[in-house]
Design a protein around this ligand. Sequence first.
Ligand code: MG
Length: 162
Amino acid sequence: MQKELQEALNKQLNRELRNAYLYLAISAFFEEKGLSGFAHYFRLQAKEELGHAMRIYKFLSDRGWRIELYDIPAPSTNWEKPIDAIREFVESEKSNTRSIWELVDIARRTGDKATEQFLQWFIEEQVEEEKSALDLYTKLEMIGDNIGALLVLDQLLAQRKN
Ligand code: MG
C-alpha cells in the first residue's frame, strides 16, 4: 500500500522535472523567435517546476522514503506558432492537475494523512497554474496574426518577477 504511494510520489517528482524540461524548451523556442519576454516567462516557469519537484523530493526525504529519479524524455518541439507552444503549456498543466488529484486518491485510499495534507498546496497551485496558462492562451487567440499586439504581450511577459 505505502509502496504504491511512494512510487506515485516519485512519478510526480519526475513529472514536475519533465514540465521544467518542457518549459525550458518552450523558452528556447521563443528565444529563437526573438520574443524575449515569452522566453523570460518560460524560464521562470521552468524554475517554478523545479521548485515543485524539490518540494516532493524534500517530502519523500522527510518521510524517510526512497527517492527514485526516472528518465526525462526530450520534449518534442515542433511548434510552428507561439500559440502551438502555449497550447502545450495548457495541456501539460491540465494533465498535471489530474495527476495530483490521482495522487490524492491514492493517499486517501492508503490512509496517509500527511501526504494528503502535503498535496493540498499542490491542489491550490494547480488552480493558479491552469489559470495562468489559459489566460495566456486566450490572449494569443485574441492576438491572432497581429504582430503589434504580440510584441506588446511580449513586453508584458518580460515583467514577470518570479
Ligand atoms: Mg508543477
